[in-house]
Design a protein around this ligand. Structure first.
Ligand SMILES: Nc1nc2c(ncn2[C@@H]2O[C@H](COP(=O)(O)OP(=O)(O)O)[C@@H](O)[C@H]2O)c(=O)[nH]1
Ligand SMILES: [Mg+2]
Ligand SMILES: [Zn+2]
Length: 381
């Protein structure tokens, strides 16, 4: 599934050892409890040579391939020994260890081979939730991640000035909104849709708690999204309406479930797969400000066909690097008109001869969507 382009040539990459690599744990400690530094001891693998003498100047040559990912990042793929390493999926990534499931669903607690950290070419996490990795099993429950395959479908966020990966290799983003309680917030839906468009992840819009309103009242809104080509489903976790359709859309795919707290995400997932047993929050608990039950993204197997990803709350999920000038390209309904504007850098606000504003006046663009666009560029520049 990885769409990253394979680098054609293997190359030799010179890398310095980290200082702490010279501090070795005694061999007898190997049988002791899990030690993240063990990645170092198991580091000697095919294709690596150690040269140089002084501890701090030691270099080694690694045989590896390079690949360019969807977002332009360069990934280095060290050669791995396929007779011992296995392909797995990172269910949850941690600083020291990650949970990796093999093909059969068996879970291993894995450290990351230090070499991967050394080779990392940018500030992104070396291992992220959702990654497809090659790992070397060590016993029945542990292992070492030796290589991360090229990523696609990446969702990220900005945290303390750094780009953080939320989850990788996802197919679709399910935007869950509720028709009432909490009341419907179309601007918020648009924000999520922009996130999906930017990440080039297929969005699905789900309007839940349809049992609480007169469905026909939502027709204009739903019609507008359908016209833009979005898949929309109205659901109720109470009456079961729309659940079968939603289930069909999620089966066999890897879906990130997003949406404000209290809209019914957990309730819907429990309806789709009753073995999930996700905690459904009481209304009173949800009204407590700043409450977040989920802190890090996690892949949750859906039946035995597909995964869903429970994401942290809305406030941590921001359009951190969407610049105002490109927001129009993430609005499917505005996009076709942009090239008709007099100025190539038109923001469709104060400019003259703006094809987007004309389209709003002529009714080709929904007034509400245009206002939502204005709102977004004014709060996210
Ligand atoms: N009336 C109605 N209530 C719902 C529906 N789905 C969820 N709820 C209620 O909304 C509250 C929040 O649900 P929850 O699944 O925890 O939302 P989450 O925070 O998005 O995961 C709970 O009290 C649910 O019982 C629905 O379709 N209709
Ligand atoms: Mg929930
Ligand atoms: Zn314009």
């Amino acid at each position: 599934m990885g769409k990253g382009k394979r680098g054609s040539d293997k190359k030799k990459i010179r890398t310095s050892f980290r200082k702490n690599r010279t501090v070795r744990t005694r061999q007898s400690d190997l049988t002791a409890s899990f030690d993240p530094e063990r990645a170092d001891q198991l580091d000697v693998c095919q294709g690596e040579r150690i040269s140089g003498k002084g501890e701090l100047t030691r270099k080694r040559t690694v045989v590896a391939a390079e690949t360019v990912e969807d977002d332009g990042g360069v990934r280095i793929l060290p050669e791995i020994d396929r007779s011992v390493c296995r392909l797995g999926r990172v269910l949850s990534a941690g600083g020291l260890q990650s949970e990796v499931a093999d093909d059969a669903g068996k879970v291993f607690r894995c450290a990351t081979r230090r070499l991967l950290k050394t080779l990392s070419t940018d500030e992104r996490h070396v291992v992220a939730t959702g990654d497809r990795v090659w790992f070397r099993p060590d016993g029945e429950q542990e292992g070492i991640i030796e290589r991360v395959e090229p990523r696609h479908g990446v969702l990220d966020r900005m945290s303390r000035g750094r780009r953080q990966l939320i989850v990788t290799n996802v197919d679709q983003l399910l935007v869950v909104a509720s028709a009432a309680q909490p009341y419907l917030k179309p601007n918020l839906i648009d924000r999520y849709l922009v996130t999906a468009e930017k990440a080039r992840i297929r969005p699905i819009l789900c309007i839940n708690k349809i049992d609480l309103v007169e469905p026909s009242d939502l027709q204009p809104l739903i019609g507008a999204y359908c016209q833009m080509g979005y898949a929309v489903v109205c659901t109720s976790a109470v009456t079961g309406q729309g659940i079968e359709r939603l289930k069909r859309w999620l089966t066999g795919c890897e879906t990130v479930v997003s949406g404000q707290s209290g809209v019914g995400k957990s309730s819907l997932l429990n309806q789709i797969d009753d073995s999930l047993g996700l905690r459904v929050a009481s209304i009173s608990a949800e009204t407590q400000k700043g409450r977040h039950t989920t802190t890090a993204a996690r892949l949750i197997p859906l039946g035995n066909d597909g995964y869903v990803v429970d994401t942290p709350g809305i406030r941590q999920f921001q359009l951190w690097d969407v610049i105002a000038e490109e927001v129009d390209s993430y609005f499917r309904d505005l996009r076709p008109f942009v090239s008709g504007c007099k100025f190539p850098d038109c923001t469709h606000t104060h400019e003259i001869e703006c094809a987007v504003k004309d389209a709003v006046i002529e009714g080709y663009i929904d007034q509400r969507r245009y206002e939502s666009y204005l709102h977004l560029i004014q709060t996210d520049d």
